[in-house]
Design a protein. Structure first.
Length: 525
């Protein structure tokens, strides 16, 4: 969204759909609310187009007022009035002049127009002033008006409202107007709140000037002059920049921004958050490389920030959040969801070639803890001793693994077949379910997850009835489910296999599913 579009959206929201020039008329007539007047000041302080329009309206109003009578008349409204009556406005400046009465002198110009439209007994005369005469005669008036207008612009100056300043405008953001005096007030302090530096004189309702608040513990609520309320949880360091901007140095804070606070800005390490009517939360943790911004309602934009340089803004809406690197060199955005998703985990020998080593599985001698290669075995061949293997044939889903190439005899002993399941931070680890299908030669004694035994004494179905029918024994799948044992990050799975004599082999097909809590909408940049 362009800077002009943001400005137009801000104007529409701040003025309730009324055009800028009409609000300037109300402002000059003293009929605008304080919030509307503040919005006008913010627009002219940050956008050249609004500044030029404001100056033009003031020039026209002052010119006509000086040449006709000392009332706040403005050209655009007068021209609208004339156009509505089919009067050609080319060739001169026009003004409406009422027949002077005592009651009219106390009415504003806007009220008089309304009165005329409602068929009041008041009458108006139209005076045509040639442009060459009007502009020539009003040069001094225009010069004086320009001095007044530009005294409130970022270049400096003062007025009876206090000095108004503005920093450099960045893409898609408004640097807010700063006035002398308190920029916010403290509206709530929790029991047990402890301030840094032994500050104990803070009280609810107290005005707060620009500066940094350091809270060791507890919770406080701060209301900015713009109406934005920030709730800060200690330990935290939080700076008041102006009546519609702040900086979160460390800690957790939530923000509730009303219409009057649109454009509220929060600086964070390596980034900036700009609000457009919303509620959002910020978590700045010194122990994390990124700060998190999450929107609970409405919309904000987030940007990386390095000094005065800012990246292109990224929009966040409800149930979306962003992690912003403290270095200012990257951010990633995500959306909150709750969806059942399969996690990647490799079955034994998945899509591998006979005789190769499986890189996703490792085999250890349980007695010596020595690592052995995890060879992929195809049961369609004879072993080196000429014996025909009776293991279930390989397929595209899985194959057998053995520590000895071609499944030669390994002798009696225990071996550990080991792999890993990675659970990303975006998953609820408590919802992970791992389904295991396995065939083993000779016995699966136990399963360990992250070093803890979770099951043991596995038997092939109807093993007692099979007797010496090894062909059935080594071609029958056993299924087992594992859950409630996984954590975020890397999880180690170990399958303890015993062998009495001859070859040893293990074949497993694994599937894991779990609830994903959020998914990326913008990859880290």
């Amino acid at each position: 969204m362009s800077d002009d579009h943001i400005a137009e959206a801000y104007e529409k929201e701040a003025f309730g759909g009324k055009p800028f020039h009409q609000m300037v008329i109300l402002h000059l007539d003293g009929l605008a609310t304080e919030a509307e007047s503040r919005a006008i000041e913010k627009l002219i302080a940050n956008k050249e187009s609004y500044r030029s329009e404001y100056v033009l309206i003031c020039q026209q109003a002052g010119l006509l007022s000086a040449m006709l009578r000392p009332q706040k008349y403005t050209l655009p409204a007068a021209l609208d009035f004339l156009d509505n009556r089919g009067i050609d406005s080319d060739g001169g400046l026009y003004e409406l002049v009422d027949e002077p009465t005592e009651s009219q002198d106390s009415m504003s110009y806007f009220e008089k127009l309304q009165s005329q439209e409602s068929d009041s007994i008041q009458t108006y005369k139209v005076i045509v002033i040639p442009k060459v005469i009007a502009y020539g005669s009003a040069a001094a008036v225009i010069t004086m008006l320009l001095m007044v207008v530009y005294s409130i612009l970022p270049s400096g100056g003062s007025s009876d409202r206090g000095a108004i300043t503005a920093t450099k405008t960045q893409i898609d953001t408004f640097e807010q107007v700063v006035e002398r005096g308190p920029v916010a007030k403290l509206i709530g302090i929790s029991d047990g709140a402890v301030w840094a530096d032994s500050v104990d004189s803070m009280r609810s309702g107290q005005g707060l000037s620009k500066g940094t608040l350091q809270l060791e513990q507890g919770e406080i609520a701060v209301e900015f002059n713009s109406g934005t309320v920030a709730t800060i949880k200690g330990p935290a360091a939080f700076s008041l920049v102006n009546d519609n901007a702040s900086e979160m140095i460390a800690g957790i804070a939530s923000f509730d921004v009303p219409t009057s606070g649109h454009g509220f800005e929060v600086l964070i390490p390596g980034g900036v958050v700009t609000d457009f009517g919303t509620a959002f939360e910020i978590d700045v943790n010194d122990h994390h490389e990124a700060s998190r911004v999450e929107v609970t309602d409405g919309m904000v934009t987030v940007q990386n920030r390095e000094g005065e340089n800012r990246s292109e803004p990224v929009q966040l809406r409800r149930n979306q959040f962003a992690d912003i690197l403290r270095t200012g060199k990257g951010l990633a955005a995500f959306m909150r969801v709750r969806e059942r998703v399969e996690l990647p985990i490799r079955s034994t020998g998945y899509r591998m070639t006979d005789g190769k080593v499986d890189p996703d599985w490792h085999i250890y001698n349980a007695a010596t803890d020595k690592e052995l290669p995890a060879f992929i075995i195809s049961p369609r061949r004879l072993d080196p001793e000429g014996n025909n293997l009776v293991w279930l044939a390989s397929d595209s889903h899985s194959q057998w693994l053995s520590p000895i190439r071609y499944a030669a005899s390994t002798g009696k002993g225990q071996y550990i077949f080991k792999t890993n399941l990675y659970v990303p931070e975006s998953f609820d680890a408590s919802t992970i379910i791992l389904t295991l299908k396995f065939i083993v030669d000779e016995r699966l004694e136990s399963i360990h997850v992250n070093g803890q035994e979770i099951a043991g004494s596995f038997k092939v179905p109807n093993e007692d009835q099979m007797g010496l029918n090894t062909k059935i024994r080594y071609q029958t799948w056993t299924t087992h489910t594992i859950q409630d044992v996984f954590s975020q990050g890397n999880n180690t799975l170990e399958f303890i296999v015993s062998n009495d004599n001859g070859a040893i082999g293990f074949r497993a097909e694994l599937t894991a599913v779990g609830d994903r809590l959020y998914r990326p909408i913008l990859a880290p940049n």
